[in-house]
Write a protein that binds this ligand. Structure first.
Ligand SMILES: Cc1ncc(COP(=O)(O)O)c(C=O)c1O
Length: 325
């Protein structure tokens, strides 16, 4: 059974980064999950609750709006449950993730954007509408499902706490639905409230402003495209109480950092993982790590999901911000 293999992913000390940043830098490698991303955790918890509530039966359809990874995890688990998976992705979803969704038997719908439940052509709106209009279809709704946060509160947070022998001082993670950082942050702050929980999002995403001002400003500008992270709205699965600070990173900087990291270590890291690393690099003088610090960088997936976008020098793509109006 798949659930037995989810989680307990390795936490590895990275010698290269520890030397570069003069602190103990660890990577939480979520590509070691069966579906090869952190999203197995949220998908499993959401499906487990739905099964308990009799919301999913064999032969039914599980519906989700996803940047790709949650959809892949759901498609994998739907097969075991004897269900179909219907996944609404936005145009920016990588070719590699679309191919994986198909390989796991999911049916894919491509939407214009992922701007939330109230925007007609968004993945979330279309997923909700599909589930409402089809018999035996269930929308897991990761942006408003408390099981998303719970997955990380019950598993990822405790793993980081134990794997660092209670010495963790900082966690840095990308924010998409907010489930990961909220669950990890909630658990770790209950253990030791001065552990720093830092989020990372693309330039022009709304979380940083929300954390600082308690509101969002809809100026019509959409954040840089870094798959999996950044939003134009605040989902129900973001808990601002457990996040200390949020850094913004350009897509181009994340891309450059991914390539530099490959040159230094031969490792291919994912887009949002590169954003996490770029955020630390760009803010190092402000951050001022101490030698005894134990810093966990959260890497949700692997670079093999972004071969074209990050590692193919011939690949042409606009990474400019665009406008929703
Ligand atoms: C690659 C990647 N990074 C980061 C995230 C953000 O995680 P969360 O949605 O828990 O905030 C996601 C979410 O889909 C993702 O796919």
């Amino acid at each position: 059974m798949i659930e037995k293999r989810i989680g307990n992913t390795p936490l590895r000390r990275c010698g290269h980064l520890s030397e570069k940043f003069s602190a103990n830098i660890y990577i939480k490698d979520e590509s070691c999950n069966p579906g090869k991303s952190s999203k197995d955790r949220a998908a499993y918890f959401m499906l487990e609750e739905a099964i308990k509530g009799n919301k999913i039966q064999p032969g039914g359809t599980i519906v989700e709006a996803s940047s790709g990874n949650t959809g892949i995890s759901i498609a994998l688990m739907a097969q075991e449950l004897g269900c179909r998976a219907k996944i609404f992705v936005s145009k920016s979803c990588s070719e590699e993730k679309r191919a994986l969704l198909e390989a796991y038997g999911a049916s894919i719908e491509i939407c214009d954007n992922s701007f939330g439940l109230h925007v007609f052509n968004s993945t979330q709106y279309q997923a909700q509408a599909y589930a409402a209009n089809h018999e035996n279809a269930y929308f897991t709704n990761q942006y408003y499902n408390s099981a998303n946060i719970k997955a990380h509160y019950k598993t990822t947070g405790p793993e980081i706490w134990e794997q660092t022998h209670h010495q963790v001082t900082h966690v840095v993670a990308g924010i998409g639905t907010g489930g990961t950082i909220s669950g990890i942050g909630r658990f770790l702050k209950e253990q030791k409230k001065d552990i720093k929980v830092w989020g990372v999002e693309p330039t022009n995403s709304v979380y940083q402003f929300f954390l600082e001002q308690g509101k969002i400003e809809n100026n019509g500008i959409v954040h840089d495209p870094i798959e999996g992270i950044g939003r134009t709205f605040i989902p129900g699965t973001f808990d601002a109480q457990v996040v200390d600070q949020i850094f913004q990173v350009d897509a181009e900087s994340a891309k450059r950092v991914a390539q530099e990291y490959r040159a230094a270590t031969d490792q291919l890291i994912g887009f949002s993982s590169a954003a996490v690393l770029a955020a630390v690099e760009e803010n190092l003088s402000k951050i001022n790590f101490k030698e005894g610090d134990h810093v966990v960088l959260y890497f949700p997936d692997h670079g093999d999901r972004y071969l074209q976008k990050l590692y193919d020098s011939n690949h042409q793509e606009t990474t400019k911000t665009f406008d929703i109006r």
